[in-house]
Design a protein around this ligand. Structure first.
Ligand code: F6R
Length: 610
């Protein structure tokens, strides 16, 4: 995720672009940049800074480029660390074409080699830069034709905005799978990743769809497909206030991020799977393939929500790859005297890539000669830099303090890692294929759950009367129960205990009475009957039960007080579905109690102290 703003109008572009970027900062904030066309020479003045938009603003205040056409970008790194050289806009060899991009160009490595072979010189590590050079090569007189021609050579996802001194006064934009809209003002036109960037100037927008392009000048715009067929599009009036728009119309970032679940799963899979063959391609692990092949033991580590994802990873790795795996709190691993077996691997899971305990565990593992891998969301973070190899989540920035979408993407990446290692060890490729087929269906199944949010809200209103909760589940649902309890604690400050359902009889059942409800995660899997028996035991003690079950499971619904159904899927993928209603449940309970769910008390997004 990155933020894009482009402007063609009659006012000075730089302050307008800067204002738009500030509102898009939630989409990425590791570097920012701007290119404004000089009014007389038409050359672009470019300014790029590492860090937040505020750093760019400081630099602009010292020297504000003059001009009425420009593009700008706030970056969430995917290819190449956050640095000035990797910040957008990117230029071609002649500095006549400037490009900002959100998305991933999947065939960039091949294109880059081809372009180098034809004499192009590259100055960044990004996938985006190939577009600037391609547009330069394709230019025959109009920028829109050059962009259209260049797009035909790309594979992947994009929202682009492009300007050129050889065809000045124009911004050309294009979209494929990454959001982009056109906004219509008075003698001015904008492109932006979302409406919040333009709302201070206009509420009239046109949403671009995949495969569409737009050309905007101060006095008009034209939308077409890449074959230059002009399209008539509906003008939409944005009903939101500025603040609402930043959150995409959601009342909180946490809510927005829960609703991003389907997109996040899609992004974690993109370019990494060949479903028909059951194949997983993880570029980040290729360099260490040999060492992974020899791995005899895997230790997964993390803290909080990331620890819960790691617990699921342990199941996946043992089940799919047959590698002995165990999960340790990073805070414990760093101080334990763990004998290191030969060819041991540590796999650190961290959204921020900055958690102090996880980083310390990683450093200790490396000191002990273990191969250290990371599953990290924030590109260029300390953990990402210090691992031997790793896989990025591509979940986009998570602003809400409680981790929601990152958890879902961690689970997907752990599944992919297990399939990757499984293939090395001769796993049943029929099973790999089956899992990948099901994984591809998960986004749509998640959407089905999200569409039933009203039902969860009602349940939240009902359960808001209670003060203590038990969450139970087994096997793949045990980490989900732990995660459900953690979310409830942190968002609605309610007492919640997460337990493996099998532990019930060994103590927790003593708490159960009519005032102590249980949330039972009981999807249709090989262990469902066992959890159902635990539910019977709770019911026999008058404990209210909210079950999260698979569609059509009448037996669970008979035993439970309330049931929320999720669609059927492969049992290993059930956490991707059962977690979503639990995230929504804690969200609505927190909101109903009037708490700031985006910034729960006493917590911080990144725990960089012990
Ligand atoms: C809970 C939550 C925390 C984090 C934990 C690890 O909602 O957000 O428990 O999961 O602090 O953070 P990362 O993943 O950044 O290492």
């Amino acid at each position: 995720m990155c933020g894009i703003v482009g402007y063609a109008g009659k006012r000075e572009a730089a302050p307008i672009l800067l204002d738009g970027l500030k509102r898009l900062e939630y989409r990425g904030y590791d570097s920012a940049g701007i290119a404004v066309q000089d009014g007389s020479t038409h050359d672009a003045k470019v300014l790029r800074k590492v860090g937040r938009v505020a750093q760019l603003e400081d630099a602009l205040q010292r020297s504000m480029p003059q001009g009425i056409t420009g593009i700008s970008h706030t970056r969430w790194a995917t290819h190449g660390v956050p640095s000035v050289g990797n910040a957008h806009p990117h230029a071609d060899c002649t500095a006549a074409f400037h490009v900002v991009h959100n998305g991933i160009i999947e065939n960039y490595a091949t294109l880059r080699e081809e372009l180098k072979g034809r004499g192009h010189r590259f100055s960044s590590e990004t996938d985006t830069e190939v577009m600037a050079h391609l547009v330069e090569e394709c230019f025959r007189g109009t920028l829109e034709d050059a962009v259209a021609e260049a797009l035909r050579r790309l594979r992947g996802t994009w929202a682009f905005a492009v300007i050129s001194s050889r065809d000045p006064g124009k911004v050309v934009a294009a979209r494929n799978s990454s959001p982009l809209l056109l906004a219509i003002g008075d003698n001015e036109h904008f492109v932006a990743s979302d409406a919040s960037a333009v709302l201070s100037a206009t509420k009239k927008v046109v949403y671009l769809e995949d495969g569409e392009m737009a050309v905007l000048t101060y006095d008009g715009f034209r939308i077409s497909d890449v074959d230059d067929i002009e399209l008539r599009k509906r003008l939409v009036e944005i009903p939101w206030t500025l603040e609402e728009a930043e959150k995409g119309g959601h009342s909180h970032f946490m809510h927005k991020e829960i609703w991003e679940g389907p997109e996040v799963v899609h992004n974690a899979l993109r370019g990494r799977i060949r479903t028909k063959e059951g194949m997983v391609k993880l570029g980040g692990l290729e360099e260490v393939q040999e060492r992974l092949y020899r791995a005899e033991r895997l230790v997964l580590t993390g803290m909080g929500t990331a620890f819960h994802a790691a617990l699921l990873g342990e199941y996946f790795l043992e089940e799919l790859a047959g590698i002995p795996a165990e999960t340790e709190y990073a805070a414990e691993f760093r101080y334990k005297k763990t004998p290191v077996a030969r060819n041991s691997v540590l796999l650190a899971v961290s959204q921020s890539g900055e958690t102090a305990d996880t980083l310390a565990a990683l450093r200790k593992a490396r000191e002990q000669g273990m191969l250290a891998l990371g599953i990290v969301n924030v590109v260029g973070s300390t953990i990402a830099r210090e691992t031997d190899a790793g896989i990025y989540n591509h979940a986009g920035p998570e602003i809400g303090v409680a981790s929601t979408k990152a958890f879902l993407s961690q689970v997907v990446v752990l599944l992919l890692t297990s399939l990757f290692l499984g293939k090395q060890r001769g796993m049943d490729m029929g099973l790999a294929k089956e899992i990948l087929e099901e994984l591809e269906k998960i986004p749509e199944k998640m959407r089905k759950i999200l569409r039933q949010e009203d039902q969860i809200k009602e349940l939240a209103n009902h359960y808001a009367a209670f003060h203590d909760f038990l969450f139970i589940g087994r096997k793949f649902s045990a980490p989900v129960a732990l995660e459900g309890a953690l979310k409830l604690k942190e968002i609605s400050y309610l007492h919640a205990e997460g337990y493996n359902a099998a532990e019930m009889k060994h103590g927790p059942i003593a708490m159960i009475d009519e005032n102590f409800p249980t949330v039972a995660v009981v999807p249709d899997d090989m262990i469902r009957d066992k959890t159902l028996s635990n539910m019977e035991e709770i019911r026999a003690r008058q404990g209210p039960i909210l079950a999260i079950a698979t569609e059509g499971d009448r037996k669970v619904a008979e035993v439970a007080t309330d049931t929320f159904f999720v669609p059927k899927t492969h049992e290993m993928l059930t956490p991707l579905l059962t977690t979503v209603p639990l995230q929504l449940l804690s969200y609505h309970l927190g909101v109903s109690k009037g708490y700031d769910v985006d910034k729960p008390r006493n917590l911080a997004k990144s725990v960089t102290v012990e």
